[in-house]
Design a protein around this ligand. Sequence first.
Ligand code: MGD
Ligand code: MGD
Ligand code: SF4
Ligand code: MO
Length: 719
Amino acid sequence: MRKLGTCTLCEAACGIVVDVEESRILGVRGDPDDPMSRGYVCPKVVGMQDLHEDPDRVRRPLVREGLAREFREVTWEEALTFAADGLRRVRRTHGRDAIAVYQGNPTAHNLGLMTVGQLAFRTLGTKNLYSASSADQVPHMRASHEMFGHVLFMPVPDIDRTDHWLVVGANPVVSNGSIMTAPDVKRRITALKERGGKLVVVDPRRTETAKLADRHVFLRPGSDALLFFALIHVVFEEKLTRLGPLLEGVSELRALARRFTPERVSGATGIAADDLRTLARDFAGANRAACYVRVGTCHQEHGTLASWLAYALAAITGNLDREGGLMWTLPAADVVRIADIAGLKGHGTFKSRVRKLDETGGELPVAVLAEEIETPGRGQIRALITSAGNPVLSAPNGPRVDRALGTLEHMVSIDGYLNETTRHANVILPPCSPLERAHYDLALNAFGVENSAKWVDPPIAKDADTRDDAEIITELALRLRLTGGPLGAVRRLLMRTSRRLDPEAIIDLALRIGPYGLFRGGLSVASLRKRPHGVSLGPLVPRLPGMLRTASKRVELAPPAFVREVDALEATLASPVPALVLVGRRHLRSNNSWLHNSQRLVKGPARCTLLVHPDDARRHGVRDGERVSVTSARGALEATAAVSDEMMPGVVSLPHGWGHDRAGTRLGVAGAHAGVSINDITDEMRVDRLTGNAAFSAVPVAIQTVKREHAEPEPSQAP
Ligand SMILES: Nc1nc2c(c(=O)[nH]1)N[C@H]1C(S)=C(S)[C@@H](COP(=O)(O)OP(=O)(O)OC[C@H]3O[C@@H](n4cnc5c(=O)[nH]c(N)nc54)[C@H](O)[C@@H]3O)O[C@H]1N2
Ligand SMILES: Nc1nc2c(c(=O)[nH]1)N[C@H]1C(S)=C(S)[C@@H](COP(=O)(O)OP(=O)(O)OC[C@H]3O[C@@H](n4cnc5c(=O)[nH]c(N)nc54)[C@H](O)[C@@H]3O)O[C@H]1N2
Ligand code: SF4
Ligand SMILES: [Mo]
């Protein structure tokens, strides 16, 4: 039998066909009739089947009591009661803020977690909400908040209609795009070139995307805000602006940019002044140009400034909210409305207790999670719920998180793996596999390069003793008596139309009141069910000024909070450039920390290698294939060197999400390909100054060949 679905492993959200015989999966392939992905899938898609079948995946709830090291399998009833009792005990003894929640990246790909999960966690009433966002895109969120009025109004590049695509700090050919739902990026790049357009990549590594580019420029990690200021400088100086009527703060921006001449930032960015001028002229001179910034520009101390200036560059060259420039998706189910109901905050409405870092979107930066657990006093975290997250490997200074988790009074993990993080839990509540749940891409449809919608019924029926994430969280919420708050509000809203609180009802309501709803096309879950390959709702359309939520109802090009930071940015021009810095990278067959237990995906040459430029290798006496130690201010790790001129001199690169050799996990395949965790040596004190987002990039390091003493020959056993 042929079942239709969506691959939920990355943001491309490709349509899939699952071939099933009885309950056995024969294979997973691309759906040629999906209007967005048109049959495309990447090699990672086999992970959908492998996850489903993985014998190591936790299928029944596990409980670990007291000081016991071993988990035992229990009934759902027992597990949920145990989970809730522990949380209530902590809430009663230490107050609401003593319960923290950490939601990981797969949340965005999971309908239950995006709806019921978001509502329930925000109903707990704790200010200790954390997520992978603050290891990822919070700088984009803050920039969107200040410039356009909402943390979720992040623009996407209209790559299918642009003439010039400037990619800075992203590798979409491998990551398949992020905050830009664009299945088959390669096809779209080919189309761009066929229509005479250009791809320009700025990245400290000659990435897979850079290899397809018309132009690739190396940039010193961490200097993106300087780069964008220089580009803006040239645009103003050479009168290349195309200023629309909605821009506020043009003259302030011009005055600030005056300080950042290409000549002045050339040393810090590592880009020759002439090349900076060319980058600016080519961008501004293109008929339609889109700049795209992603994790590379977020993972740094001036990450928010980089996002701000990238959006500002688009705005002053007439490329904001315009075909082929940066645009906004018009999603069928409006996440902004749901977020508003869930009480999503903007920025800075409260601070973390210890380091006093600001919240964004109602969440505190994950960089403070460990210190909030470790530091005694009122509001100290004593219990933690992790949902779809693995902060021991993904948060900065993972070993500190690892130690802190061991000191909690109670920990509940909603996760299908007994991994580096969940091994600390007292209860593991395992959700069904992604093929056993219904799906609607609430998050990713809001960032599509086309407008689209698709409802997926579970391709495979789950058995009676298996729960999906929404069911698990609903049962937990009932036991915690979470009746008020956002969860209660949505429940009451649904009751008015005699529906129960479940993800399908929430999406149905959102679709009906959405922009293609009752009165305009009549989208609902029922109507989408009739078109199971999904529907295209057309290319991106201009959305300004209607969607702007800034007080001025204009695009703010010089938000005061950002302007105040410019002196600190300017001061970096005087700081010495470290001899060697560490950055991250992604691989097509990995997905953060959690697909390494698939034999089909993990096989092949070892991937967790340290890329080193030949000059640096020579300088440090390192040869290709040798073991090297990499030392930062935080610690040291060992990795195998791969010498490659793909790297910018002075920059080394190591992927994240490895280090699967911790005791107490159940990851047979991953354990055999353990690798090391880059976050063993990243620094939780290095954060984006305006958001507290983890600054994983540009970590100063030293490298050295590991000299092993020749082992003494074993004493002979022979008499
Ligand atoms: N040094 C460095 N660190 C980084 C990054 C980097 O580039 N460099 N990248 C950062 C980024 S962008 C991100 S997003 C984070 C990711 O950080 P995390 O989200 O913390 O980590 P993941 O590795 O994505 O772990 C996902 C977890 O969710 C579980 N899971 C998978 N699917 C589901 C599901 O449907 N339901 C439930 N309940 N659980 C599920 C998996 O078993 C796994 O335990 O890492 C960040 N860390
Ligand atoms: N195959 C695969 N796909 C994934 C993931 C995965 O782990 N594997 N993870 C998913 C997740 S959670 C996310 S958030 C997205 C991320 O998607 P992308 O943002 O495309 O992620 P990366 O491939 O890490 O690309 C970041 C690039 O920034 C560069 N870089 C590092 N430091 C700097 C800097 O200071 N300045 C500049 N300009 N560049 C810098 C790196 O060399 C790298 O090429 O990918 C998603 N897709
Ligand atoms: S690009 Fe690959 S991992 Fe991402 S959704 Fe498509 S098939 Fe899945
Ligand atoms: Mo991410």
